[in-house]
Design a protein around this ligand. Structure first.
Ligand code: ATP
Ligand code: MG
Length: 639
């Protein structure tokens, strides 16, 4: 029996869940009416599996809903409070942002960008990034943001795939006190791409740049641009953006999202989950280069007229208290981050957050990976002071917005550390076995989505076939998420990691997430990753990697003994790793997720595959060395 926390915000609106149960399509029809449409739709859902068209016939604009609708009541309200790691900061009101976006829309038009064109945005976390996105959506261009940490070849692949007419970049960005040059990366990425007509360069770091004939300077273009540009009336199904997935499990996929359905999903979930009020200061740490940044840094908060903090730089730079400092300084009320960031903050100890005034925080959120219960409890206690609900939000680039989450804005339910609670209203999720049958309570299976939902991807960019096979072929007329989950006796969903990450030891299936959580719950461990290597007798044996807490003084053999005992007690002898390796870091994607596929490949002596989204090559080398040691020791034992 797991512990449960009952922390509500007193905003219960049982109507919403109730209404969604009777007819989900008419339920979403009602939700869509909360946005501003130029023309109402004629059909709520046209479902031609696996292709959905939401709010067909309706005319809408994302930028209009994010900006124009606030010009009466929130003109002077801060939309974006931006701060960089250097301390440089800027506040843009809803009016400022509206003006900038209209000007930049005119800039894009002056360079020949028309409705339907793609525009690649390769910028650091500066206000010009959301400005570029909103300008694209204002004129009906499809934006495709590429995380600014990517290499030239990754960027090239994405520009080539989307055939963007324009690339927007900057001379560079700041990361850990250093200038990361971006313009030379773009130059390399677009070499011989005649379809790229211009590169718009923002001078962010004021360093020398080589200007090529295609290059235009942001400031020069903006100087002469008119600040009036009406928003295009776009079909609800008009492609709003293409976003490539994190690449945790393979080659990144170009996920395509439409407009009306996506906005409805984001508007609804942002309000329900974050219980947003006009007085809130929202702080999401995600980079806009990932879907969390699209949905809950750009569109969600702006659709609601919220004030938000955007931070440029590493979350622990110039010091590990950077996030707490920002919360205190700007009196943030809602904080949304990832388990990987939380594990890092936890590693630094409680003293740092305890020395800041975090009392304005009233709601906490997490996304991106299963959150280990130990980390959840730390977040609840040390950051939330045991008074804030935590929303653990499960969703994917493909789902557009949250699909499983507690929703303090509309209902109060007990929270259980490590569970995302229940699906949002208006969607149907299940956990099934290989044949597609529902599994009994507390049994692990595949997480699937049974009905179309408004935020769902339209397809993979110019690859309907891959869209069908990747998501709709494992189970008939059902969306396959690729994740494992179980549903407990109270109907709560527990995410158990990716379906291709499972370990099979002596006929037993062991979830990586469960085992890693057990290891992380040891007081001296900050992070962990496990994977299997082939074994003639058992099928697979488990190898674990662990990163120690900053203050850990124990020697590794004592620690290994303690951990093995803990695993035997908490999960069972079957889950005992053959070896535990202590490493200084784990191989992670740029979005902070552990790349288990890579551990597995190294372990099985396979080629590593596409590592374009990998964060730090050093971690791979470290893990590779560890594996060579294991292989040597296995050979030694056998001889
Ligand atoms: P790729 O699809 O290229 O391998 P990715 O799946 O990491 O990349 P995203 O769409 O950014 O790309 O991430 C979605 C995935 O992240 C989910 O399928 C799930 O595995 C994981 N995830 C997201 N939120 C949660 C959560 N709250 N709990 C558990 N897992 C989560
Ligand atoms: Mg995925």
């Amino acid at each position: 029996m797991s512990e449960a926390f009952h922390i509500g915000l007193g905003n219960d609106d049982p109507q919403i869940r109730q209404r969604s149960k009777s007819d989900s399509v008419s339920f979403w029809d009602d939700q869509a009416k909360r946005l501003s449409w130029f023309e109402p739709w004629t059909k709520t859902l046209d479902w031609n599996p696996p292709f959905a068209k939401w709010f067909e016939g309706g005319l809408i604009n994302a930028s209009y809903n994010a900006l124009d609708v606030h010009q009466n009541n929130r003109k002077e309200k801060p939309a974006i409070i931006w701060e960089a790691e250097s301390g440089e900061s800027k506040i843009l009101t809803y009016h400022d942002l509206w003006v900038e976006v209209q000007k930049f829309s005119n800039v894009l038009k002056s360079l020949g960008v028309v409705k339907g064109d793609r525009v690649t945005i390769y910028l650091p976390m500066v206000p010009e990034l959301p400005i570029s996105m909103l300008a694209c959506s204002r004129i009906g261009a499809t934006h495709t943001v590429v995380f600014s940490g990517f290499s030239a070849s990754s960027l090239r692949e994405r520009i080539d795939d989307s055939k963007s007419k324009i690339v927007i970049t900057s001379d560079g960005g700041y990361r850990r006190g250093k200038i990361v040059k971006l313009k030379p990366i773009v130059d390399e990425a677009i070499e011989n791409f005649d379809f790229v007509k211009n590169v718009i360069v923002l001078e962010r770091t004021k360093q020398e740049i080589d200007l090529n004939p295609k290059d235009k300077l942001w400031n020069e273009l903006m100087q002469n641009a008119s600040d009036q540009c009406d928003a295009e009336k776009l079909d609800s199904t008009h492609p709003l953006f293409i976003l490539y997935t994190s690449g945790t499990t393979g080659k990144p996929k170009g996920v395509l999202h439409g407009t009306g359905g996506y906005l409805t999903h984001i508007h609804s979930t942002f309000g329900w989950a974050f219980d947003i009020k006009d007085s809130d200061v929202f702080f999401c740490t995600a980079d806009i280069g990932w879907v969390t940044g699209h949905s809950y840094v750009v569109y969600g908060p702006l659709l609601h007229g919220a004030t938000e903090i955007i931070y440029e730089g590493a979350p622990d730079y110039p010091n590990p208290s950077r996030m707490w400092d920002l919360i205190q300084k700007y009196k943030a009320t809602i904080f949304y981050t990832t388990p990987t960031a939380l594990r890092m903050f936890m590693k630094f100890g409680d003293e740092l957050p305890n020395s800041f005034d975090l009392s304005t925080i009233r709601l906490l959120g997490t996304v991106g990976e299963p959150i280990n219960p130990e980390v959840w409890r730390w977040y609840f206690k040390t950051i939330g002071k045991e008074k804030c609900p935590i929303i653990d939000t499960w969703w994917q680039t493909e789902t557009g917005g949250m699909m499983i989450s507690a929703l303090p804005g509309i209902e109060t339910i007990p929270l259980k550390p490590g569970s995302g609670t229940r699906p949002i209203p208006g969607v149907k999720l299940s956990v099934v076995d290989e044949q597609g049958n529902d599994v009994p309570a507390n049994t692990k299976g595949y997480l699937i989505i049974q009905n179309p939902w408004p935020g769902m991807l339209q397809t993979l960019w110019r690859d309907d076939e891959k869209y069908k096979t990747a998501y709709w072929s494992k189970f008939e007329s059902t969306y396959y998420s690729g994740d494992f989950a179980k549903i407990d006796e109270d109907g709560y969903f527990w995410l158990l990691g990716r379906a291709d990450d499972v370990l099979k030891v002596a006929g037993h299936r062991i979830g990586t997430a469960e085992l890693e959580s057990c290891i992380v719950s040891h007081e001296d461990i900050a992070e962990s990753a496990v994977c299997g290597i082939p074994d003639e007798v058992k099928g697979e044996v488990i190898i674990a990697f662990a990163v120690l807490n900053e203050n850990c003084k124990k020697d590794s053999s004592t620690l290994e003994k303690e951990l093995l005992e803990k695993i035997r007690n908490d999960i069972g002898p079957i889950a005992t790793p053959q070896q535990i390796y202590f490493v200084s870091k784990l191989p992670k994607t740029r979005s902070g997720k552990i790349m288990r596929r890579l551990l597995k490949a190294i372990a099985n002596n396979e080629t590593i595959g596409d590592v374009s989204t990998l964060e730090d090559g050093a971690a791979v080398t470290e893990v590779q060395t560890a594996f060579q040691e294991i292989q040597k020791s296995i050979k030694g034992n056998n001889s």
